[in-house]
Design a protein around this ligand. Structure first.
Ligand code: ATP
Ligand code: MG
Length: 630
């Protein structure tokens, strides 16, 4: 009974209680053993009663022990399972982090290597602009590296505070001024509302600059154009001063709020959010504020806006000193300033249907990268530009470009989602897509996609490498054209590469055949039959067949007429009429041009080709599904 108590107490997970009961039990046993010679066995305790009591007791104690051990083992297994799950999650987070960081590094590197390339080839034109861009992007890289180093320094408590004393308001103003032009080009109003009184306090200019820059750069990133950002400073009643940075941007969903100060944490929801950023900013900000003995708080309403409040203690013990100069701040701040995408500056060349240059759609959110791409692709392609996947999708549908070059990590809709949509839309499925990647980020996410990109190029990429890829893909269109330019039979295939294109061509031909005898049938009616716009049908058809729709339709008419003449006892005039030619002499001329013989001489030709079914159908005016014989 005593041992059972010991086991039972294990359930309460109180080590001391269990130990106590165990000691009590042991003492009882020892005492019983010691007292044994002096005790008399009561007469009712016969040896047989004794033995049966012993068996019963032993059974239920060992039963108890057994159940207990069993549950202990299963609990252990559960814990182990949870642990592997946790490690896996951690691993995933790490991979995500590496991917993000790689992307953050690769984009500036692309521009830097690209610029050196341009400068080497054409120093006259590129020296100034190139060095500027290299400077700026090197600054971005430096800030990123510094942020990562700062964070680890802060964590190992190796960062020191260097206080100076002066009026904090002019200093904050000069920090804010550096964001002014970025805000202006994003069409965001940036207001500074300093405290009424001068705020002469101790502060660490470096740390304060980093804190404010991080908050403003976030506000700029997550606020749409037309928005307002306000920075306020104030003295509180209880001997602190606070800096508030508020915006009326996207806001942060409540469920994410507790985590935004975590390292590498970024809110990932599929809405209009900038997908760039490493998630270090706020973690660093929080550590810095802590170092300065302050606190940081956030209030946010999803869809309404966000306000960060930094509260710092007021001390006045450092030596009175001027704040750092503008130049120094500028150098340190470079990496925080978001480089906005200036849409209106993009040239959008006019479109002509009979244009010699192929049309290239660039989908990329970084202005510098676009500029770099334009410098060498502009010569060979008609370039159009979109700044995110969604815009890319829209432009692809509107203009039906010949080839698409797209980044993967972009705001609103990323490159992979766009790829999937374009490849699964009949109107655009034929367009080859080249993805620019940070390599590590594709493998896993690509698995789910049915049809992949036609080429991947890792950032930073070489100019020639890219050009070769694009050229090769344009040339590959010949493969499609060989397949679809033939007027005759179209053999169905299960090959994924052809499925969408096959069904497009089937549809076009079905509509053409059904309207064969109608002279007035034209592209307009074909387009409404296809439920696609004229540009869409025209450009897709052209890149699939290398023929215009009019050319193809005429050929199809003449081939059908020829077939009718061969198969049935029909006059030339009737054949012309049935295939949509109202003017017989016009028909004869076209016919001779196409086949090199006169239509009337065809009647005596032997049967050839696969137009038998075609003519039968036209002859009997049946408008059935033609796919099976095509
Ligand atoms: P980094 O600052 O390292 O470039 P980041 O801006 O994504 O990357 P943090 O500054 O740490 O990372 O911010 C974490 C997340 O908190 C952001 O990804 C964003 O989702 C959210 N967030 C921060 N500030 C705002 C804001 N003003 N409005 C809306 N969301 C915000
Ligand atoms: Mg940030």
């Amino acid at each position: 009974v005593g041992l059972a108590q010991v086991f039972f107490s294990l359930n309460f997970r109180e080590k001391r209680a269990t130990l106590l009961i165990f000691i009590l039990y042991t003492i009882t046993i020892i005492t019983a053993g010691l007292l044994n010679p002096f005790l008399t066995v009561p007469p009712e305790m016969t040896p047989s009663v004794n033995i049966s009591l012993f068996v019963v007791n032993l059974l239920w104690i060992s039963g108890f022990a057994f159940v207990f051990i069993l549950s202990f083992i299963s609990q252990n297994i559960k814990l182990e399972h949870m642990e592997t799950e946790r490690i896996k999650e951690l691993d995933d987070a790490k991979t995500r982090l590496y991917t993000n960081i790689a992307h953050e590094f690769r984009t500036p590197l692309t521009i830097i290597t690209g610029m050196t390339d341009l400068m080497r080839n054409d120093p006259g034109n590129w020296l100034n602009q190139g060095t500027d861009k290299i400077d700026r992007n090197a600054g971005i890289l430096l800030t990123l590296v510094n942020q990562m180093l700062d964070l680890s320094k802060l964590e190992s408590e190796a960062m020191s505070v260097r206080m100076i004393r002066s009026d904090i308001n002019p200093y904050i103003r000069s920090v804010i001024e550096l964001f002014r032009s970025a805000a202006a080009s994003l069409k965001i109003t940036l207001n500074y509302l300093p405290s009424k009184k001068d705020l002469v306090v101790d502060y660490d200019p470096d740390k304060l600059m980093q804190i404010i820059s991080n908050l403003i750069s976030n506000a700029l990133k997550f606020t749409q154009s037309g928005g307002v950002i306000e920075v306020k400073t104030a003295l509180t009643d209880n001997g602190f001063f606070e800096i508030r940075v508020s915006d009326n941007g996207t806001g942060i969903p409540e469920s994410h709020l507790p985590f935004i100060f975590d390292r590498f944490y970024r809110v990932e929801i599929n809405d209009e959010r900038v997908s760039t950023g490493s998630g270090l900013g706020l973690a660093l900000t929080k550590e810095l504020v802590k170092l300065l003995d302050g606190t940081i708080a956030v209030e946010s309403l999803f869809g309404e806006g966000t306000e960060f409040t930094v509260t710092l203690p007021v001390t006045e013990s450092a030596g009175l000193q001027e704040g750092p100069g503008l130049h120094e701040i500028k150098r340190k701040i470079a990496g925080y300033i978001v480089h906005p995408v200036r849409r209106e500056q993009r040239s959008q060349p006019a479109r002509h249907d009979h244009h010699e240059k192929p049309m290239l759609l660039i989908v990329e959110d970084n202005d510098d990268v676009i500029m770099y791409l334009m410098t060498f692709l502009g010569k060979d392609y008609d370039v159009i530009v979109a700044v995110n996947g969604e815009e890319g999708m829209t432009k692809a549908l509107e203009q039906v470009p010949d080839i698409i070059l797209s980044d993967i990590m972009m705001p609103v809709m990323d490159g992979l989602e766009m790829l999937e949509r374009i490849k699964n839309d009949l109107r655009t499925s034929h367009i080859p897509i080249v993805l620019l990647t940070a390599k590590a980020d594709i493998a896993s996410r690509l698995k789910g996609l049915d049809r992949g990109a036609d080429a991947y190029i890792a950032k930073p990429f070489g100019r020639e490498e890219l050009q070769v890829h694009l050229k090769a893909l344009i040339a590959q269109r010949k493969r499609l054209q060989e397949r679809y330019a033939v007027i005759g039979q179209l053999v169905l295939t299960k090959e994924k590469d052809f499925q969408f294109e096959d069904s497009f061509m089937h549809k076009v031909r079905d509509i053409m055949i059904a309207n064969m005898s109608d002279e007035s049938f034209d592209i307009q009616r074909l387009c409404s039959g296809m439920a696609m716009s004229r540009t869409q049908v025209y450009r897709k058809f052209r890149s699939l067949t290398d023929k215009t729709i009019t050319e193809y339709l005429r050929s199809l008419r003449l081939h059908t007429a020829k077939e009718l003449l061969i198969r049935s006892n029909i006059t030339v005039a009737a054949a012309a009429y049935k295939t949509g030619f109202k003017n017989v002499s016009h028909f004869s001329r076209a016919f001779t041009q196409e086949f090199g013989i006169n239509p009337s001489s065809v009647i005596r030709l032997p049967l050839t080709g696969h137009y038998g079914m075609l003519s039968k159908m036209i002859g009997t005016q049946r408008k059935t599904d033609t796919a099976h014989f095509l």
